[in-house]
Design a protein around this ligand. Structure first.
Ligand SMILES: [Zn+2]
Ligand SMILES: [Zn+2]
Length: 157
């Protein structure tokens, strides 16, 4: 079984590399999702993007960001926010679902509890990336994001 420390109580705080962008999340995440698609590899410069999916109303950020509007092959549009100074990819919103924010888990001040409960685009996974035995694995984009939230609830209650 995957060793999982308990998720601490909110609020959670994080920020970019240079410290100009800081954020606070006052609600528990609804999902912790790793995306292994090619676009996430390029955007992050890493092998995948691990994101906290959370209610947008509980999220605030300060500091100047640069917005990059990304259009997926499916036509979905995301507004990706990077620190205007150091370029760290901090969070994004999906234009079709403004109720949620996707926060790059690596920008948490304390990343110790950020362990995926779902993996998507697993057919693109980079060699060497570990998938937890209790996390769901989805080929391609899930049709319904509720699947990712259900996976989180199943693990953490
Ligand atoms: Zn910065
Ligand atoms: Zn992706």
């Amino acid at each position: 079984m995957t060793a999982r420390p308990p998720i601490p109580a909110p609020p959670y705080q994080g920020g970019c590399l240079c410290g100009q962008v800081r954020w606070t999340l006052t609600a528990r995440p609804r999902a912790i999702n790793a995306c292994h698609c090619q676009a996430c590899k390029k955007q992050s410069g890493a092998t995948n993007i691990l994101a906290l999916i959370a209610p947008a109303e509980a999220f605030t950020a300060t500091g100047a960001t640069h917005t990059y509007r990304k259009t997926a092959e499916s036509g979905r549009q995301l507004d990706v926010q990077r620190c205007a100074h150091c370029g760290t990819r901090v969070f994004h919103h999906n234009l079709a679902n403004a109720a949620l924010v996707f926060i790059a888990a690596g920008t948490l001040d304390d990343t110790s509890w950020a362990i995926p409960t779902s993996h998507i685009w697993v057919e693109c996974i980079s060699p060497g990336v570990v998938m937890q035995d209790d996390a769901i694995k989805v080929v391609g984009q899930p049709e319904d994001r509720a699947m990712l939230m259900d996976a989180f609830t199943k693990v953490y209650g």
